[in-house]
Design a protein around this ligand. Structure first.
Ligand SMILES: CC(C)(COP(=O)(O)OP(=O)(O)OC[C@H]1O[C@@H](n2cnc3c(N)ncnc32)[C@H](O)[C@@H]1OP(=O)(O)O)[C@@H](O)C(=O)NCCC(=O)NCCS
Length: 141
């Protein structure tokens, strides 16, 4: 039966998702999934000034680093590592077994993550902006 596919506002699919997602996740993962997604933001402050921020998204026992940014003039002073360490504490509190991040392969960000204890898990060819991307991870448990 032909259907029409249309782009819609997020609100337009909420009810459908609320009714059907539980079954869909159960089918997808082949067990009863309780999906509780959270986002946590962190700021590094020097007095009133925010010198760095980080955001993680937690779902399914995994904490994904969505962003980590340190002011250009405040880099290489331990702020980025401190942000990720605080993020890992929160992830650990919510029983995450693993942190993950996607960064351009062999980039400065990959070196930073490696210095923070992350390992290269895979390289995704021609991914973001058609660049090879390193999937990085750090186990917490
Ligand atoms: C990546 C970024 C967050 C690092 O922040 P930072 O405060 O400079 O990092 P830190 O000073 O805490 O560095 C932690 C470790 O990583 C290393 N490191 C940091 N930046 C590095 C770089 N560009 N090249 C190589 N190593 C680097 C540091 O030398 C340090 O190692 P060591 O102390 O064990 O010798 C910052 O450069 C930034 O905002 N970059 C632009 C955005 C970005 O790439 N974000 C990464 C997303 S995961």
């Amino acid at each position: 039966m032909p259907v029409e596919i249309a782009g819609v506002e997020a609100g337009a699919i909420e009810e459908f998702v609320r009714r059907n997602e539980r079954e869909a996740l159960k089918t997808l993962f082949n067990f009863n999934v309780v999906w509780h997604e959270q986002r946590h933001d962190f700021a590094a402050r020097d007095g009133e000034l925010v010198v760095g921020v980080a955001t993680i998204r937690i779902a399914a026992s995994l904490a994904h680093v969505e962003r980590a940014i340190v002011l250009l003039e405040r880099r290489r002073a331990g702020i980025g590592r401190a942000l990720l360490e605080r993020a890992a504490e929160v992830a650990n509190y919510y029983n995450c077994h693993k942190m993950s991040a996607l960064v351009p392969h062999r980039s400065a960000a990959q070196l930073f993550l490696e210095r923070c204890g992350y390992k290269e898990e895979a390289v995704l060819p021609q991914h973001t902006f058609k660049l090879d991307v390193a999937a990085m991870r750090k186990f917490l448990l």
